[in-house]
Design a protein around this ligand. Structure first.
Ligand SMILES: [Zn+2]
Length: 164
């Protein structure tokens, strides 16, 4: 099945089977970052850090008007790992720190981030995960094989759940 939009060879397949080519994926990714920033009124400010996620965020926001505040690099993978961590080991009221407020990559997975970096030739690697999160990450990855939407399900539960 070709790219749904322009009918050329796909590089990305969503869990609903929809597929995108290189350039359509880049557009989708950048739009998602910008929409997340707009929807949650996030700061627009360069991250002073050389990590891959910081470089990607800085690249996408470079032409947007600045808005005061500090951005965080957390992706969908990081956020979903942290939600499960807090649920298991920490005080539930800390969950509200994991709502979207300054994480432009909130709804994008590490896989999508790596693909975007590859297409745009942005160099770097993902940071190693802290040990206590690595364990949860491994667990979610196992579930992901059967339920590829699990990370979205976890953050959507946080967004919809009114216990905060
Ligand atoms: Zn396309």
């Amino acid at each position: 099945m070709p790219c749904k939009i322009c009918k050329i060879k796909p590089v990305w397949k969503f869990t609903n089977q929809r597929q995108l080519c290189n350039m359509c994926f880049v557009k989708y990714f950048e739009k998602k970052v910008k929409n997340t920033i707009r929807k949650y009124n996030m700061p627009i400010h360069k991250i002073k850090n050389k990590s891959l996620k910081a470089k990607i965020i800085n690249f996408i926001i470079q032409n947007l008007p600045e808005r005061k505040g500090k951005l965080q690099e957390d992706s969908l993978d990081d956020i979903s790992n942290k939600i499960i961590y807090v649920m298991m080991y920490d005080e539930k009221n800390k969950l509200k720190n994991l709502l979207p407020k300054n994480q432009p990559l909130y709804f994008l997975s590490d896989k999508e981030i790596l693909l975007y970096a590859r297409i745009k030739k942005i160099k770097g690697e993902l940071k190693r995960k802290r040990r206590e999160l690595k364990e949860i990450d491994n667990f979610i990855q196992t579930v992901e094989e059967k339920n590829p939407d699990i990370r979205h399900n976890i953050v959507n539960a946080l967004l919809k759940f009114n216990f905060l």
